[in-house]
Design a protein around this ligand. Structure first.
Ligand code: FES
Length: 347
């Protein structure tokens, strides 16, 4: 077993025989930008400070000879030869580089699913190059004639090879884009998005139990984060706690229960705030102490309306959660036209 050491943090990652540095980093939860994964684009270029590696066949335009001389390598193809390979990982360890946002990227609506009485999900395929993003990020949905200000929606899935993204759109009273989407947008229509934006991507280096708290369409970024974590084999316990007023407001439970059946470390719990039924019942801040008396080792992710997020974070803090391990979805505050779904306020 070879080791990859990240400089300057000194964190070490194991690399199996025959595995590329990129694959080993991803398995360990480190997000290194990449694109072609075949030594042709140069996105995964990184400086190797110490140790030997087999670079494999890569294109000169992706890695120039002088860059090789300076110690750079393409990690999608590089396989360690020495027992230890030390690579540079920026000054802030394990902070993934954000992809530069793009403007007005064209997508086609390939599916339109009714999720609840007020939420629809749009499945969108890119007309050109896929939009590259980290799970947890959001896009702006633009009106075709720019008559209505754009509105932010989190991407609800981890990235896929075909570039399909899902957006969950709650109809909001007086909300320009949400009403336009609900009333007008059909399968086959084109839609323009800008993005990705946001830093609700957590710390890919954290190796802690994870607690995700969501209400309303705050579930969208949580779905993307959980899907990405499970597909890269995250081993620590992951719990998604979803708050809804009534059982009619719950959605995506099928996928969450499938993950629970497939992954022993994944648990899905729902709570209802306006309906009687099986426990747990009540608002997340109220039920959290009994469910998670000690959050001092947990990473906590909270997404939903600002009031919901604030109340959850305050409760998590009371239970010992560390500031550095608490992540919140904050895009509601960046809206020129706030469209916080009203039902989300019900918690
Ligand atoms: S991802 Fe394209 S060169 Fe490595």
């Amino acid at each position: 077993m070879k080791k990859i050491r990240l400089y300057p943090s000194g964190h070490e990652v194991e690399c199996q025989q025959g595995e590329t540095v990129l694959a080993a980093l991803e398995k360990a939860g480190y997000a290194l930008p990449n694109n072609c994964r075949a030594g042709a684009c140069g996105e995964c270029k990184i400086k190797v400070r110490q140790g030997e590696f087999d670079q494999g066949m890569v294109l000169d335009m992706a890695l120039a000879p002088e860059e090789r001389d300076q110690g750079f390598g393409l990690m999608c193809m590089a396989k360690p030869l020495s027992d230890l390979l030390e690579i540079e990982w920026g000054t802030e360890d394990a902070q993934p580089k954000l992809f530069p946002p793009r403007e007005n990227v064209s997508f086609v609506v390939v599916e339109r699913l009714v999720r609840t009485h007020r939420i629809i999900e749009l499945r969108l395929r890119p007309v050109g190059k896929p939009l590259r993003y980290w799970p947890g990020q959001y896009v702006l949905v633009n009106h075709p004639d720019n008559q209505i200000p754009p509105r932010a929606y989190s991407i609800a899935n981890a990235s896929r090879p075909d570039g399909e993204i899902s957006l969950q759109i709650a109809r909001v009273e007086g909300g320009g884009i949400s009403n336009w989407v609900h009333a007008n947008l059909k399968v086959g229509d084109r839609i323009k998005l800008s993005g990705p934006y946001g830093t609700f991507i957590g710390d890919p280096a954290a190796e802690t139990p994870v607690l995700c708290l969501a209400a309303g369409t705050g579930l969208a970024p949580i779905m993307a984060l959980a899907e990405a974590a499970l597909s890269r084999g995250y081993r620590q316990p992951v719990t998604v706690l979803f708050s809804a007023p009534t059982s009619d407001d719950l959605y995506d439970t099928g996928r969450l229960l499938l993950w629970q059946a497939k992954h022993r470390n994944f648990k899905f719990v729902r709570t209802l705030t306006r309906e009687q039924g099986e426990a747990p019942l009540g608002r997340i801040p109220a039920i959290l102490p009994e469910m998670f008396p000690d959050l001092s080792r947990h990473s906590v992710y909270a997404a939903g309306s600002p009031e919901f997020v604030e109340a959850c974070i305050a409760a998590a803090r009371e239970l010992g959660a560390k500031e550095a391990l608490m992540h919140t979805e904050g895009f509601f505050e960046q809206q020129s036209l706030p469209e916080t779904p009203s039902a989300d306020r019900l918690l």
